[in-house]
Design a protein around this ligand. Structure first.
Ligand code: PLP
Length: 264
């Protein structure tokens, strides 16, 4: 029975340099033993030095990719990454409502590490009001959580407050990644579960240049583990361990922020 093989979907942007976005998602899902399909929302010209250009896919082609996948595969979990602009966010929301693609993990990608915008400013409110309420899990970093909640996050109390605000706005579970906190030697991640339970995950900051695609990798790993039937807590724990390994064993290719090593 071919349909019993766990299948997951990434709805995101490409990275011509192979380190982040759809390539990172596909490699991660493959490593977790999950078959991956993809809806390409935007194409980027990118390498380890940064994003040189981006081009959004026509809406019609986004609809068609969803239709092709939904009419053939049995997707058990899906994730979103780079969604480019308001037209693309609306197209993705429309299709997520139309098809049953399992639990939805939202990585609310906004700006690449080099500073390139991967989501237009006017699309942030649409992500917050239309996409976020569909989330089984949302995985913002601190700047993204600030944008989505309007809270100026400075410390752990603010992180908690922002996570509760995201839940109030409709996301069931929250993984708020504290790796972007200033002046911190530790990465403090906060998890708020659907039932109101919460926990902190604290790990030492890893000093490395190989951080390109970390957000994509952890959300893809969690999506793959959910597709295999793991609980949210188990999936997040596995995601956290996996991304730490991929950072520690990062590959030295290119001249900039070298990619992670998904083969761990
Ligand atoms: N490019 C694409 C297409 C992405 O989806 C992402 C994910 O967040 C990035 C770039 C970000 O890369 P970085 O980890 O360097 O910020």
């Amino acid at each position: 029975m071919i349909n019993d093989y766990p299948q997951a979907l990434t709805i995101a942007g490409t990275d011509s340099g192979g380190g982040a976005g759809i390539p990172a998602d596909v490699k991660t899902m493959q490593m977790r033993g999950v078959y991956s399909a993809m809806v390409v929302v935007a194409v980027t010209a990118q390498n380890t030095l940064g994003v040189q250009d981006t081009f959004p896919m026509p809406e019609k082609l986004i609809d068609e990719q969803f239709a092709s996948i939904a009419s053939d595969l049995k997707i058990r979990a899906c994730k979103t990454g780079m969604l480019a602009d308001s037209i693309r966010v609306k197209a993705v929301v429309r299709n997520l409502k139309k098809y049953n693609l399992g639990p939805l993990i939202i990585d609310p990608v906004m700006v690449a590490k080099g500073g390139a915008k991967l989501l237009s400013d006017d699309a942030i409110a649409i992500v917050r009001d239309k996409l976020l309420p569909l989330a089984t899990l949302i995985t913002p970093n601190i700047p993204e959580a600030c944008e989505l909640t309007g809270i100026n996050i400075k410390d752990k109390t603010d992180i908690k407050r922002a996570a509760h605000e995201l839940q109030k706005r409709g996301a069931k579970n929250i993984l708020l990644k504290g790796g972007h906190a200033e002046n911190s030697q530790k990465a403090n991640d906060y998890i708020l579960f659907e039932d109101g339970n919460d926990m902190w995950l604290t790990a030492p900051r890893i000093n490395t240049k190989n951080t390109h695609g970390t957000g994509d990798t952890i959300s893809a790993c969690i999506t793959a583990e959910i597709a295999k039937g793991r609980s949210m807590e188990q999936a997040i724990m596995i995601g956290k361990t996996y991304v730490e390994q991929t950072i520690k064993e990062g590959i030295h290719v290119g001249h900039g922020h070298g990619p992670l090593n998904h083969w761990v």
